[in-house]
Design a protein around this ligand. Structure first.
Ligand SMILES: [Zn+2]
Length: 483
């Protein structure tokens, strides 16, 4: 299998530490808000990677964190040490305990993952029975459950001479690590202005790039709700330490793949790598694999704090199926920026529905997987997850002269990686019934709220899909438009 390794600055052969087994740590969601589609892109991309490795015969050991403490940021997602703890802040805003906030938003993460057909980190399907209480059984790790291990790891760094303490915090001293900026090749003095301004918050901080390992519950954080005892006083861990700790606590000092968005490269992953070396004397991650941005038309990075964010429920509200979003993210290589727009999503929907229509023409009887296509499919996956090559292959297969039932079996086999749920789509009696039902429900809600503009828009959308809605005294009636 070949993937783009950020540190190697190129596509390389992935050779796992243990033959036949791949360990993967995926940076996961911060659970204080409804996941944004910019975050969803990463989870779809890495779900494809996970499924591809399983398909290729690897034993995949995967974990994903849930950040329920210490994600400090002010303006954006770059990990400003002296911003606000988002979970703590949201708890104060909603007037409930931080853990209740985390649990509430973990439920929404599970719901979005389930609707997008994203597997749990342990490879299980996410059923509606999985709730926040048992996420750890399915391969998720919650930061608040690893505080002891974080303290132990920080102690190692301290012993190895990588830290210093001020009245406010315990810091990682980046000057102690010669190749600290290996990811970006940046000179330390070129660090962002925003980071430099931060020095004013703690005048004892030596270098603007030094980052917090342990924040004391003093000064600005005197009222911080979540806090633990530590050798450096009562307080809470920095954001970066959680990923270094949980990955190595579970996999040991060495593991194969660490995934995340390119936005994590300059700070979060740079610091994770520094911490691993600080504690263990060597890097822990063999391959850092990053997905590109999801951008909107103005080429602005989409992120929650920039406003105008779209969530999966909002996309469903517009009349799309969650699988349309999956199709869009799946069909574009993780290394390519996606320019997100309603048109792009419509294109994905049309492609997905056309594929389902084509399958319906093939019938429902399943034959044998065609070996030639299976081999070609594997080659495309091994080639840096070349999904556009896979889609071309599927197209070619659908036009081929093989028996219908064998074509169908082969497409279903390929869908084990694509995750579009094609078999159940094909077996649905009427491809649009479920979708129309959903739209009718949303429309009824809109009418209750007397939002007639929205109700008219939905009526038109349903019409486009081949159904006419009539509003009668007993409610909405729907009729299929005869062709
Ligand atoms: Zn992380």
């Amino acid at each position: 299998m070949k993937l783009y390794s950020t540190l190697d600055r190129g596509v390389v052969d992935i050779i796992p530490n243990k033959e036949g087994e791949v360990s993967i740590y995926s940076c996961g969601p911060t659970v204080y808000f409804r996941m944004h589609i910019g975050n969803i892109r990463a989870y779809v991309n890495w779900d494809i990677l996970h499924r591809a490795l399983v398909y290729l015969g690897y034993d995949v050991k995967r974990i994903m964190n849930m950040t329920d403490v210490g994600h400090m940021t002010s303006k954006d997602d770059f990990g400003d040490d002296f911003g606000e703890d988002k979970v703590d802040k949201q708890a104060q805003k909603e007037g409930i305990q931080p853990l209740d906030i985390a649990n509430k938003y973990i439920e929404t993460v599970l719901e979005d993952f389930r609707n997008l057909n994203i597997l749990a980190p342990n490879g299980s399907e996410i059923t509606s029975e999985i709730i926040y209480m048992d996420v750890n059984k399915y391969g998720w790790t919650r930061a608040t459950e690893y505080i002891e291990e974080m303290i132990e790891m920080i102690k190692k760094m301290e012993k190895n001479g990588y830290t210093y303490e001020t009245k406010q915090a315990l810091y990682f001293d980046v000057s102690k690590l010669k190749d600290y900026t290996i990811f970006t090749g940046q000179d330390l003095s070129e660090k962002e202005v925003g980071v430099r301004e931060e020095v004013g918050v703690d005048s004892d901080k030596r270098n603007p790039a030094d980052f917090v390992l342990w924040m004391k519950r003093v000064g600005k954080y005197k009222e911080h709700i979540m806090n633990w005892e530590s050798p450096w006083g009562n307080g809470f861990p920095g954001w970066h330490i959680e990923c270094s700790t949980m990955s190595t606590a579970i996999f040991g000092e060495y593991f194969d793949i660490h995934t995340g968005g390119v936005d994590h490269i300059p700070v979060h992953h740079t610091n994770e790598r520094a911490q691993n070396i600080g504690a263990y004397g060597h890097p822990s991650v063999k391959y850092w694999i990053h997905n590109e941005w999801l951008v909107n038309k103005e080429d602005l990075k989409i992120s929650k704090s920039r406003g105008g964010a779209d969530t999966l429920p909002e996309i469903v509200q517009l009349g799309f199926n969650p699988m349309d979003l999956r199709y869009l993210f799946m069909s574009i290589n993780y290394r390519t920026r996606i320019s997100f727009s309603k048109e792009a999503l419509e294109g994905a929907r049309n492609a997905r529905l056309a594929l389902i229509r084509r399958l319906k023409e093939l019938g429902k009887e399943e034959g044998n997987v065609i070996e030639k296509y299976k081999e070609d499919f594997k080659k495309e996956l091994e080639n840096n997850l070349n999904i556009s090559g896979v889609l071309a292959l599927v197209n070619d297969l659908l036009k081929s002269d093989y028996p219908k039932e064998d074509i169908l079996a082969t497409v279903y086999d390929i869908d084990r990686v694509l995750g579009l749920d094609l078999e159940s789509e094909n077996n649905k009696e009427d491809e649009s019934t479920d979708e129309i039902k959903d739209l009718l429900e949303i429309r009824q809600e809109a009418r209750k709220k007397k939002d007639f503009k929205e109700s008219d828009r939905l009526r038109d959308l349903i019409y486009e899909k081949g159904y006419r809605v009539l509003d009668t005294s007993t409610g909405q009636e729907v009729k299929k438009i005869d062709e």
